[in-house]
Design a protein around this ligand. Sequence first.
Ligand code: AMP
Length: 305
Amino acid sequence: MNQILAVGSVAFDSIKNPFGEVSRVVGGSATYFSIAASFFTRVRLVAVVGEDFADRGARLFEGRPIDLAGLQTVPGETFRWKGEYGFDLNTRETIYTKLNVFEHFQPVIPEAYRTSPFVFLGNIHPRLQLEVLDQVTAPRLVAADTMNYWIEGTPGDLREVLKRVDILIINDAEARELSHEANLVKAARAIRAMGPRTVVIKRGEHGVLMTRPGEGEFFAAPAMPLEEVFDPTGAGDTFAGGFIGSLAACGEITDAAMARAIIHGSALASFAVEDFSLDRLLRLTQDEISVRFHHFKRLTHFEEA
Ligand code: AMP
């Protein structure tokens, strides 16, 4: 089985949206990613939490194929983030980002994890993403995520990361900001010129656009039309978990495998938004995933004549 080394944030989130407000719920890029990817393959999680996280990790990840040897607990407070959504849930404002224990975090990749064939660099300081890359040995595939916080705050470090990744997973606003191109096709090409062969642009309720060199240069998937959308927090990381998880489980990196992985990612993300925080993912089953995967197939299937 191809295992995935996943590095990113494990967090306490506070979320406000038109349906309500929750505070201090567990979130973080690596949390959503790992739980989503663990439906497909084994995940080796590397992250840091403060002592206030107590035994939440053990409870959350328990019973799933997620290895926690790389989850450090250090004195101090866990990373905290608060976001507030607009009426249609498409716009989100970050109210605060408190790095806390992330400020002095040095990712130490356990010896046994260093040869992981698949590596996912979740949304954290790009310098930490580079430190992870310096510790791994010849991975088959490296994927990374980032966000406006780092695009604006640490552009030089981010450029170094981009030179060393195969796939960048990024949302549409961030793709435009990073490339200074308003048009998404031009933005994706400009980002590919910075390093990653494949750029996957997440477009929220409008789905996903993947671009890579070759015949299948573009592949697009819609988002599942859902009547109940409660909380888009973590949808992007959940998408990434389903996407990389599917690729790692199949072990091939062909156009067909990439397209299937995009649908797996989209299916997982469509569940994540159905409830606050991680709640829907925590009660998700393999059967539900496979039913929704087939719904996706029907959603876009048509006959030529
Ligand atoms: P998403 O909705 O997919 O963009 O992911 C939201 C998750 O990312 C939340 O659970 C946050 O805890 C986490 N997050 C937000 N900002 C940052 C940041 N600057 N660094 C690391 N993780 C973050």
